[in-house]
Design a protein around this ligand. Sequence first.
Ligand code: PCD
Ligand SMILES: [Cu+]
Length: 804
Amino acid sequence: MKDLEDRQERIDNLKGMGCSRKRVEDARFTQGKGNYVDDVNLPGMLHGDFVRSPYAHARVKSINIDAAMALDGVVAVLTAKDLEPLALHWMPTLAGDKQMVLADGKVLFQGQEVAFVVAKDHYIAADAVELVEVEYEELPVLVDPFEALQSDVVLREDIKDEKEGAHGPRRHHNHIFLWEEGDKEATEQVLDEAEVVAEEMVYYHRTHPCPLEPCGSVASMDKINGKLTLWGTFQAPHVVRTVASILSGIEEHNIRVISPDIGGGFGNKVGVYPGYVCSIVATIVTGQPVKWIEDRMENLMATAFARDYWMKGKISATKEGKITGLHCHVTADHGAFDACADPTKFPAGFFHICTGSYDIPVAYVGVDGVYTNKAPGGVAYRCSFRVTEAAYFIERMIEVLAMELNMDAAELRRINFIKADQFPYQSALGWEYDSGDYHTAWDKALAAVGYDDLRAEQAQRVEDFKAGKTRKLLGIGLTHFTEIVGAGPVKNCDILGMGMFDSCEIRIHPTGSAIARLGTISQGQGHATTFAQILASEIGLSADSITIEEGDTDTAPYGLGTYGSRSTPVAGAATAMAGRKIRAKAQMIAAYLLEVHDNDLEWDVDRFVVKGAPERFKTMKDIAYAAYNQAIPGVEPGLEAVSYYDPPNMTYPFGAYICVMEVDVDTGEHEIRQFYALDDCGTRINPMVIEGQVHGGLTEALAIAMGQEIAYDDMGNCKTGTLMDFFIPTAVETPHYTTDHTETPSPHHPIGAKGVGESPNVGGVPAFSNAVHDAFRAFGLRQSHMPHDHWRIWKIASDLGLHG
Ligand code: PCD
Ligand SMILES: [Cu+]
């Protein structure tokens, strides 16, 4: 008994896998001691600021910098002309397109970078921006992607005659690519012959990640040693180093990229922005460090947006509700440059996960990318590579089909789910789902909210409404989503040609503590807490004795960064594998110390024990010390390991979400009465961190579904460039969430973990939106575009004739 208690105490001491360990990073965050880019201040540092275009489409006739240069404290004003001799006036995008760093002849969206002012302080720079005189000649503006594909107006004059783009043929001067997956003919045939077909246009509006901290960088060129140091808001610091080296010609070992603390990334900080490039050029030109920090309006207007997908769907089924086929055509508005952050092979990301959680025998998807006069981007925003679009699409199509069949939408889902014994499951659009148990999760969710009672209450509410007893309707928003995260096998995923593996390097110190460095970078996820837990369980040292370091390319092994919920599936796997290498060497050392053969030892929590002689053991601490102070024949001194992990497949987390919402027909206001979220992310590292991730992701989903949008007028003016117009939920709007889980490990991940950071956004948006739609289902509402702000909900009621 005593032994068992001892053993449990040793396990508890590790604070390893499954423990709700408190976040170690919070000590500095909650005391205002974080170190963000804007906290980097160097002697003699200069400040950069942009002159931006007020027009969405215009020719730049002239730029006069004389007045700005005359202002006391202004050091330089850069324009495209200054960057051209360095071949830096354009830069490659992550999607194989190129983008102007500074306006070259014309501007293509409101807020585009036109000139970069460098001054002694930020205020002088801002004043000088006002003094730069730019003469524009307005051009016709295209904000509608359907119109853009018909129009004679040429947006990208630089490639107007190019018939081939980075992703195949272009059929119009404003067309970027047509990307297709699946069997078109077979799908069309199934649809033609189907008993029931539901058809709908599902629009997922343009929005923006809007992290608390905007983007920024500090570049410092040490001309004597030839070293460039770059601090910045980078979700992928190593990739930034490689790109900076290729662009500038500075050898990669002479560039050090540092991502310090990041105040939220959410996909916004994956791409490379003109501000980064201009700060580098400016430090080279002036010989002084140069800081660039954008403000909130610049962040909303000019850095990467998300979504903007027009998804035309057709779904077919038998009269009994068995789905037989799915067809989808997307018109994707990419803005002025194709700057999506997607693996090269997948210009629409992983959108072809759009068959969702359902066993659909045949499917086809085609995506047309289109240029318009809007800001470039197309980042994930808490959903790996267009998975939120895909989940929203299929979860809306299921609801529309349920209406067409006059069937309960929960039942329709249940009869079409992929069954637990079908995994690994090959989807019609080419994915191999690693593991899942959808029926168990679904039944648990429906039971938890009391689904049948809710439906009865809803039916009564409709009666009462018709009888004039109430003006509030009840909506039950259902979602069962399947995520795809952990890009991802090097054989089919890359960013700018760099394969998407990830890495971990561990160094055990003589006294039995350790540092581990990873190729990823936390932006608030809590990696310093959770990755130490993985290691604690693998190597038997307490998580409290392990430092996790990320984001410095001079010290961390090469990695592809943090987005697409890839850190746990990829770097987390590398961490476990590196830990296992440490343990393998430790076993040899222990065998020598205990004078037994390697095979006579077994691992027990934090030590190697001689089989059958439990009193004879060496703890990992003993072994670490021996690795440094004793000559062990045939074994090198020291205890270190590095692992580069190329995952064999992606991981497929899933979840069942239910939102119960009251909708006021007369005011368009809504109230969320209950929100239940069941997530399955395989093996759970830290339940508390997971819960935090789910709360955050659901709140972003609430924002997107219920009010957040980047909207433009016909002239291409961004109407939502400030937080007065761009909705960010506060504690007032945020409902209470009930979280729950099932645990279906990934069969190919060393510890069975799948990602979770994005799931609540992927599943949350359709749950909120379906609740709104469901409230009006009895009155015939099939589809209404997000965001469902008060006015739009009021308008639904009005259009349905509910205002009497
Ligand atoms: N199973 C499991 C899983 C997971 N986990 C945890 O959780 C977290 C998360 O994870 P993941 O899922 O893997 O993810 P990552 O990679 O790390 O991250 C990323 C994500 O994350 C999220 N979250 C967050 N949070 C915060 N705080 N902040 C931020 O920014 C953010 N972002 C967002 C996003 S958007 Mo993208 O980028 O769009 O693509 S993608 C994303 C971490 O900590 C980890 O460790 C655990 O525990 N367990
Ligand atoms: Cu995405």
